[in-house]
Design a protein around this ligand. Structure first.
Ligand code: HAM
Length: 446
């Protein structure tokens, strides 16, 4: 194997591809993604959440607080030592960053309600719907234990999915109890599983050693039999946890949100206390159907050196949400095109001036560009035919044509490329240069 860091001897420059597990997103997909984030921002603002932007990398310690039994921390972290010798990591999720920011800025008004969007990084085995760089949108509310805040969080995500047009998203909810209750349960579960290792898959036995709760996530049938007889978390919850959970369920019910209580829902991050929830898209394969999840993490701010502070929120996977939209045929990509295309066969600057004037007036405009420079300077302008082809390909409804004849009389021709409300395609008229912008606007119905 050649050393990738050795200079290559071949004269041909090396060609690169996007790193494994990452993708370039081209238009219109990239624009659809932006539209989804914009839509999410509206929903978050409607519920009083303010935008928060945090760095894409943090001190490694911010994320190791997520728990030593969390795959995201132990196996999947993009950690590195920077040039100053600091241990850093690309963020694998945003909840820890939000808690770090909360501790750093100590906001006066509680609960501190923020929303965010952006890329996360996890060194996972890539497959459809599972990437090493993926986008999330999410919200967090810090500083209140009110169970209605859990409901608000879930309702926000639910409304958002509904607004996108998704009809086949399920909501699973569970309560993991307080830290001590959860710890007692994990002990009982580990005890039970240890007595049944013979019947468990090898993978489950390995998981048991690291994080017994995660065994409950196993989809293998042999594990299913063992799991079915495992102790139930609900039997370990104290009165306060039960009351909290019942209030959340009552809140969801009052909003008409269809929540399924799933006693085995444990989720992959260790920080959850009390409420946890997950949204699954029925339209996607089980391996990538978790389109979002969240819950309470009342001990996390403290673990990051802050005052004891309650917190609740969720993150949705943008990539998977869009896959679910594809599967349900909703929130499709919108092909964006320019409205007007300027064709200039004179080789002068008039075409360019018109282009810029139209843009200043808010008309999305492009033009044809010359091919190559020759020794004599600018090459000849491309032929009318070639430029009209480019105009057609641009998707514009209108073309503005400037040829020597037009230029001589200080005019341009506006030609319709696609049928308008009252106009046939190829209808055209000549207008003075000074009126091109206003005539184009009129043609576009402005
Ligand atoms: P999470 O369940 O790890 O939770 O991630 C949330 C969502 O991000 C998942 O449901 C999934 O849609 C998406 N996701 C996760 N990993 C990948 C991947 N490799 N490729 C594509 N999409 C992925 C969290 O991150 C928590 N911070 C959520 C939260 C917020 N809890 C409380 N507040």
């Amino acid at each position: 194997m050649p050393d990738p860091d050795e200079p290559r001897r071949s004269a041909k420059p090396q060609r690169f591809q996007a790193p494994i597990g990452t993708r370039d997103l081209l238009s219109p997909e990239s624009e659809r993604r932006r539209a989804l984030v914009d839509r999410f921002a509206e929903h978050a603002a409607l519920a009083g959440y303010r935008h928060l932007v945090t760095p894409m990398f943090e001190d490694l310690g911010v994320f190791t607080r997520l728990g030593a039994a969390t795959d995201v921390v132990t196996k999947e972290m993009y950690d590195f030592t920077d040039k100053g010798g600091r241990r850093m990591a690309l963020r694998p999720e945003l909840t820890a960053s939000v808690c770090r920011a909360f501790t750093e800025h100590n906001p006066a008004v509680l609960p501190w309600k923020v929303w965010y969007s952006g890329p996360q990084f996890r060194h996972e085995k890539p497959q459809k719907g599972r990437y090493r760089q993926f986008d999330q949108v999410g919200v967090e509310a810090l500083g209140s234990e009110d169970p209605d805040l859990d409901t608000e969080s879930i309702a926000l995500a639910w409304r958002f999915f509904d607004d996108l047009g998704l009809r086949r998203v399920r909501l699973l909810v569970n309560s993991l109890g307080e830290a001590a209750e959860r710890a007692r349960y994990v002990e009982a579960l580990a005890d039970y599983l240890a007595r049944h290792t013979d019947a468990l898959s090898d993978a489950a036995v390995a998981t048991l050693a690291r994080n017994p709760l995660r065994v409950l996530d196993s989809k293998r049938p042999e594990d299913g039999y063992v799991i079915a007889g495992a102790p139930q978390l609900s039997d370990f919850l104290g009165v306060a946890s039960v009351t909290h959970f019942e209030r959340v369920l009552a809140g969801l019910d009052s909003l008409g949100i269809d929540a399924e209580v799933s006693p085995k829902l444990v989720r992959g991050l260790d920080y959850y206390r009390r409420t946890t929830f997950e949204f699954t898209a029925e339209s996607l394969d089980a391996s990538q159907n978790a389109v979002g999840g969240g819950g309470r993490y009342d001990g996390l701010v403290e673990a990051l050196g802050g005052k004891p502070t309650a917190g609740v929120g969720f993150a949705l996977g943008v990539d998977r949400t869009l896959l679910a939209c594809d599967a349900e045929g909703v929130f499709g990509p919108v092909e964006r095109t320019v409205e007007c295309f300027v064709v200039d066969t004179t080789g002068g600057l008039t075409g360019y001036e018109i282009t810029e004037a139209l843009r200043r007036a808010g008309v999305a405009t492009d033009r044809s560009w010359a091919g190559e420079l020759t020794d004599e300077g600018l090459g000849r302008p491309r032929s009318m035919k070639a430029q009209m082809k480019a105009a057609d390909r641009s998707g514009a409804n209108l073309a503005v044509l400037v040829g020597p004849d037009e230029l001589e009389v200080g005019a341009a021709t506006i030609r319709r490329l696609r049928a308008g409300p009252d106009q046939a395609p190829s209808a055209q008229r000549r207008v003075p240069l000074s009126r091109v912008v206003s005539e184009v606007q009129t043609e576009l119905g402005r």
